[in-house]
Design a protein around this ligand. Structure first.
Ligand code: ZN
Length: 162
């Protein structure tokens, strides 16, 4: 890795909404008629954050580190994976500066849960609440997300070494 002391990472994820699944976003269980489908708990926001962190320190992506062919990660708690990834970032000598994210969902409304998500993420990542941004957008009823068939998330993270 180059001697850059400041680096950025970007992460993106999408999961389908299906019946008979819990909806877990940002480590928070949200009451809804459907949940996100995936091998793990399918926490779309946490997965985007994990990929942003891994990208920032040039580690392999989430699908490579935690393959969905591995039974170990079936219904895995994504928050636990995030803890592991945060540890890897620290091992590389980096701290997190700030985290900015988008959740793109037509339904349900994310706003009532965002403060709780921030609290979960701040406790895991050792950040102040004001260093974490979670924004909620809809897709104006367009495409799969707009038709409530999927939820997307994006994350950008800045990391630095001292
Ligand atoms: Zn995912």
């Amino acid at each position: 890795m180059s001697n850059n002391k400041i680096r950025v990472g970007i992460g993106y994820d999408l999961h389908r909404l299906e019946e008979n699944r819990d909806l877990i976003i940002g480590g928070v269980k949200i009451p809804y008629e459907k949940g996100l489908l995936g091998h793990s708990d399918a926490d779309v926001l946490v997965h985007a954050i994990i990929d942003a962190l891994l990208g920032a320190v040039s580690l392999p992506d989430i699908g490579t580190l935690f393959p969905d062919t591995d039974e170990k990660y079936k219904d895995a708690d994504s928050i636990k994976l995030l803890k592991q990834v945060y540890y890897m970032v620290k091992e590389k000598g980096f701290y997190i500066g700030n985290l900015d994210t988008n959740i793109i969902a037509q339904a349900p409304k994310m706003m009532p849960y965002i403060q709780e998500m921030k609290k979960v993420l701040s406790s895991i990542l050792g950040l102040n609440l004001e260093d974490i941004s979670i924004k909620a957008k809809t897709k104006e009823h367009l495409d799969a997300v707009g038709e409530k068939r999927a939820i997307e998330a994006q994350a950008v993270v800045l990391v630095y070494s001292v």
